[in-house]
Design a binder for this molecule. Structure first.
Ligand code: NAP
Length: 248
């Protein structure tokens, strides 16, 4: 009998969960447990790490998982690497649901960097207003440039002191072009640091930066080993052997 495991935490994972529930496929949705009140899903949900590769392989066997869909964020590389290894170990098919990265369009002023450390180094020396659109676990390197005024945006208020002084916006996306423009104008943002997440939900800040003529330091996705990958919920449903009924 089919029993799918969705490694989730993204808007795409929620869309997939809705479609899988609608199709009546037995499945479990897994959250990493980073946000305090994750969105409800129409599937049985578990929260928290599996305990590395062996923990995930054990879980797959114990729960009779027949298909694993890695719908985590493109920067959740540790989870994705573990899924590749655990599925090989448990001999269980794996597919990644991952949106294509954004590509430059006319008017974009991007500085491409490989990681967060390089992003901090790419900021100017002269004081600037910087919008750091990256997760709280990744902000430490920016303590090396304390001359800047930083704006951070998190889903939950920070529980521990940040490694440097910053203005924190607490808000959950997706955001609109209008609200991103207003936020950037009100705060006099001069630089944006973003991860190349792809997809529509996080794109508004990139569109806003273009329309304001602001530079974006764009952090490339981490490299992962080869794995089967699709970009749409429909493709995952086909992989599962069902035709998607999006919008039904
Ligand atoms: P990560 O560094 O790749 O993962 C670190 C560890 O957290 C993994 O090894 C695993 O622990 C656990 N983990 C991560 N995702 C999990 C999941 N879906 N289910 C169960 N365990 C999970 O991941 P991260 O960058 O911290 O991201 C954590 C979660 O937040 C991911 O699920 C990701 O999809 C989500 N996220 C969403 C967004 C967004 O914009 N929507 C942005 C960033 C992250 P074990 O080794 O113990 O199994």
């Amino acid at each position: 009998m089919m029993r799918a495991l969705i490694l989730g935490g993204t808007a795409d994972a929620s869309l997939l969960a809705a479609e899988i529930a609608r199709a009546g496929i037995e499945a479990v949705y897994s959250y990493g447990g980073r946000t305090r009140a994750p969105a409800d899903q129409p599937l049985p949900t578990r929260i928290g790490g599996f305990g590395g590769v062996s923990g995930l392989a054990d879980y797959i066997r114990r729960e009779g998982i027949t298909h694993v869909i890695d719908a985590t964020h493109p920067f959740a590389a540790e989870m994705s690497r573990h899924a590749i290894e655990a599925c090989a170990d448990a001999d269980t098919p794996l597919i990644a649901l991952e949106r294509a990265p954004w590509t430059r369009v006319s008017g974009d002023n991007w500085i491409d960097v490989d990681d967060v450390g390089a992003a901090a180094a790419a900021l100017p020396e002269a004081p600037a207003n910087v919008f750091l659109a990256i997760g709280r676990q990744h902000i430490a390197p920016f303590a090396s440039k304390p001359q800047h005024t930083y704006t951070l945006r998190f889903v939950d208020p920070p529980e521990v002191d940040l490694p440097f002084a910053a203005d924190v916006i607490v808000a959950r996306g997706p955001f609109t072009l209008r609200s991103e423009l207003e936020m950037m104008r009100t705060r006099g943002i001069g630089w944006i640091v973003a991860r190349n997440s792809g997809g529509g939900g996080a794109r508004a800040k990139i569109d806003a930066a273009r329309s304001l003529g602001l530079p974006v330091i764009m952090i490339a996705r981490p490299q992962l080993p080869e794995r089967p990958r699709v970009e749409s919920v429909t493709d995952v449903m086909q992989w599962l052997g069902h035709s998607a009924r999006l919008g039904a």
